[in-house]
Design a protein around this ligand. Sequence first.
Ligand SMILES: C[S@@+](CC[C@H](N)C(=O)[O-])C[C@H]1O[C@@H](n2cnc3c(N)ncnc32)[C@H](O)[C@@H]1O
Length: 212
Amino acid sequence: MADELHQPANVGGPDWAAYYRHTQGREPRPLFSKGMAALAAVGVQPGQAVEIGFGDGTETRSLLHEGWRVVAVDPTPDAAAALLASVPIPDVGRLEILTSTAEEAALPPFDLLYAGYALSFIRPGAFRRFWRRLRAQLRPGGFIVLNIFGVRDSWAGDPDMTFVARDEVFRMVQGLDVIAIDEEDQDGDSFSGPKHWHLFDIVARRPIEDPA
Ligand SMILES: C[S@@+](CC[C@H](N)C(=O)[O-])C[C@H]1O[C@@H](n2cnc3c(N)ncnc32)[C@H](O)[C@@H]1O
């Protein structure tokens, strides 16, 4: 795992501004590229995307560049300011920024959800309701491309974060066509030093013929 990843939640919460300075100028995450390749493989045209926890804004900018409308959600005001300042003017009209937690944001119906290293920052007591709302807004034929921390991650003791077991991951994607679930479970580096990474990368699609 690249050593540009985030620092753990700590007393007073993570220093996201420092994290954004650290990640600024990076390439889109491999998971994002993998998700976009899955969409391209079946000829999905740009529609409504949602990014949760957009951070330095790399993936939102890329989606806008490809012609998507994007609702970009992140509770950190620094993230919104930096994103707005960095989006090319022709793309601004297709961007809506919500400075909100994922659990409090009103998500529109969407064709693509991307969330990289962000969903585990949803409080455990709020996660299930958030996930039900997210599934309800996923349009038939729409994709989810996201990752979430597993229960063996070094940070799994943090009471403000959500960690999931493998069987929970499969429950979360029940009813979807799973394109990939990749599990990382190994020691590596992070922004704040060595840690054990336990992470599920998920790419899945709601069936086109899905009346539910
Ligand atoms: C580790 S960063 C990931 C940023 C970016 N996606 C990336 O890959 O670099 C996590 C982001 O999630 C945001 N975040 C924290 N709590 C959140 C919540 N409850 N809902 C949505 N986003 C949250 C933070 O502000 C931060 O920008």
